[in-house]
Structure formats: structure tokens, C-alpha cells
Design a protein around this ligand. Structure first.
Ligand SMILES: [Zn+2]
Length: 221
């Protein structure tokens, strides 16, 4: 159908793509020819535990809509995360597009003398969204994309039945929230200031049933 010479020209884009993908990892990332790796699980709301643990490895081009964050260019892939190392803080990873911002915020917190004893960011799991007929959650959390950070969970718990901070709130995860203690996040704390400065939101001031005092996120949920 095509003369030999023309066929070679037709193959050229594929040949050059092959070399870019194989040799230049920076360019490869931009044209999405890498692979995506992550391990995940589903939260069973009836048994209150993580189940269906699985390792996923797939071509980056085959990511589905749920594996991509709707609020950013971040994904569930380990390849899209960047490790953050700050002296005096346990190492953690966040989505590479926000790594500079988050590093700046955490450094500001530590420099101000606010203790960061624990910090968890990137952690993939379906712990959000609607529940299927087996009681399993069906959506990836913000932590799955590396766009949420939990700071000092042991003193900034997650509460339910908590429309207003006070008597009826029930602690679901982490330790009791006691404003005034070192490492406790409040609206007056440097942690709140540093994260809201980079445009992230604090889940300690969420409207509705839950207050997640440890949690800052890009999207606000
Ligand atoms: Zn969180």
C-alpha cells in the first residue's frame, strides 16, 4: 500500500517514542510512557478493617478516572510521589506537584517549634465515597493521591457525630484532641497557618458530621 520509504517515515514517531521512553525519564514522564505502581486495599465498613490488599502495576496510559485525582494532576501511582526529608520529621511522600509547597509548610512548622511527631501523607486505599452491597468503600481517599497530610494523629483525632466541637463527638481514629497541648492543631496554630498559606484546607473545621483534626488536604475533604 505504501512504498517502503514512506513506511519507514510512518514508523518514525513510534521509533522515537521508544527511544525517549527508554532513555530520557524526564521526557518519558511528560509523555506518559512509564508504568504506574501502587498497593491498595478496600475499607470494609461492616468489619471496620482493610481488605482485598493488592499490588497494581500497569502502563501509565491505562489509568482509569478513579486512579486520577479530580482536583489536580496527581495520581495513585508511586511514580508520581516525591519523598520529603526534613530534619526532625519522619520521612513521608506527597504528590510531586505539591512537594515544594508541602515541604515549605512543614519546615515552617518545625522551625516555629511546633513538634511533628508523626506525619502520614501518601497512602493508597479505598476508604471514601459510597458503600457497595458488601459494605466496601468504593473511592480512593485524598491520601491515595498524595494530596492530604495527617499530622500528629496521636493528639489530633478523627471524630464523628461532631457537627460542633463538644460533648457528642465520638473519637474514631487517633488520640483525643486537646487544644493547648504541644503538637495539637487549632486555628491559632502555626500548622494551620502554614498549610492554609499554601492553599490547603484543615479538616478540623469541616462542616458536617466529621472533624478530622490531624488532616490537611488540597481539596478540602
Ligand atoms: Zn487524613
Amino acid at each position: 500500500m505504501f512504498p517502503v520509504k514512506k513506511r519507514v517515515w510512518l514508523l518514525l514517531p513510534f521509533i522515537s517514542l521508544f527511544f525517549i521512553c527508554a532513555l530520557d525519564s524526564v521526557a518519558a514522564e511528560k509523555i506518559d510512557c512509564g508504568k504506574c505502581t501502587y498497593s491498595t486495599w478496600d475499607w470494609n465498613t461492616l468489619k471496620k478493617r482493610a481488605e482485598n490488599h493488592r499490588e497494581i502495576v500497569k502502563p501509565y496510559t491505562e489509568l482509569n478516572a478513579e486512579e486520577k485525582d479530580h482536583h489536580s494532576a496527581c495520581t495513585v501511582c508511586e511514580e508520581d510521589q516525591a519523598a520529603i526529608v526534613i530534619e526532625g520529621v519522619p520521612p513521608f511522600s506527597v504528590c510531586k506537584y505539591y512537594a515544594d509547597d508541602v515541604k515549605k509548610a512543614v519546615r515552617k512548622i518545625v522551625d516555629a517549634g511546633f513538634p511533628v511527631n508523626s506525619i502520614i501523607s501518601y497512602r493508597v486505599g479505598m476508604s471514601k465515597g459510597s458503600v457497595d452491597n458488601k459494605g466496601m468503600r468504593t473511592q480512593f481517599s485524598n491520601h491515595s493521591f498524595g494530596t492530604a497530610v495527617d499530622i500528629n494523629a496521636e493528639s489530633n483525632g478523627l471524630y464523628t457525630n461532631c457537627y460542633e466541637v463538644g460533648g457528642k463527638c465520638q473519637l474514631m481514629r487517633g488520640g483525643p484532641w486537646k487544644p493547648g497541648q504541644p503538637g495539637t492543631i487549632t486555628k491559632d496554630s502555626i500548622a494551620y497557618k502554614a498549610f492554609t498559606e499554601i492553599g490547603w484546607h484543615w479538616a478540623g473545621e469541616l462542616q458536617g458530621r466529621q472533624k478530622d483534626f490531624m488532616h490537611f488536604s488540597l481539596s478540602g475533604d
